[in-house]
Design a protein around this ligand. Structure first.
Ligand SMILES: N[C@@H](CCC(=O)N[C@@H](CS)C(=O)NCC(=O)O)C(=O)O
Length: 208
């Protein structure tokens, strides 16, 4: 049994963690959970009371929240070189939290058809959808990765948000997003993760 158990469904944000695990290169066992049954079981509720995937258990320690899992794995496996160096920490934490908080809220609220009044937007962490989206695009313009010219764990999370958003139409196909996405999809770890999840999805679809 591997030190890492990966709780997953291939049609979920678990794809982010699959990619991160492939970047890290440490062995892991995957436990596939079904949305309706195993994800709602007492056994899994003890792992994640939110009854959502992804989650990991590393030597018995549980981490949930895709952004936190990426940061945790980056720290837990320093030899993979995905944790931030001192001079990268400002950008690393800033944009990792920005993507998990304001950006995610901006995108999900917009997808749900909710914009809110000007008064409410002052209270929303993301303010306004366009403002949040352009703020990230402006940061990515003219740089290869979140922290500059080096790929880090923050790119697995921020990059996944950008790629999913532009693919599913919840983010505009702005040039900095497209260029960033193209750069990331060339990574072997990304391709390995995607291939394995696509294989699992086909298997699940064939099984009905
Ligand atoms: N904030 C969580 C979101 C996790 C999440 O919403 N996962 C979805 C799949 S993408 C899920 O498990 N939904 C099942 C449910 O809510 O019943 C994270 O970033 O990991």
């Amino acid at each position: 049994m591997a030190d890492i158990i990966f709780y997953h469904n291939p049609m979920s944000r678990g794809q982010i963690i699959r990619w991160m695990l492939e970047e890290v290169g440490a062995p892991y066992d995957t436990e596939i959970l079904d949305y309706a049954s195993s994800m709602k079981s007492e056994e899994y509720r003890a792992i994640n009371p939110m009854m959502k995937v992804p989650a990991i258990a590393h030597n018995g320690r549980v981490v949930t929240e895709a952004a936190a899992i990426c940061a945790y794995l980056g720290d837990a496996f320093p030899e993979a070189g995905l944790a931030p160096r001192d001079e990268e920490k400002a950008d690393y934490y800033r944009w990792l939290f920005f993507a998990a908080g304001p950006l995610e809220q901006a995108v999900t609220n917009k997808a749900a058809g909710f914009e809110g009044s000007q008064q409410q937007q002052r209270m929303f962490g993301f303010g306004h959808y366009d403002l949040a989206v352009n703020t990230l695009a402006d940061h990515l313009a003219g740089r290869d990765y979140v922290c500059g010219n080096r790929f880090t764990a923050a790119d697995v999370y921020v990059g996944s948000a950008v790629m999913w958003g532009t693919q599913f139409g919840t983010l505009p196909k702005l040039d900095p997003f497209t260029a960033y996405g193209e750069r990331l999809t060339r990574r072997e770890a990304y391709q390995r993760g995607k291939e394995e999840d696509n294989r699992l999805i086909s298997e699940m679809q064939a099984a009905g």
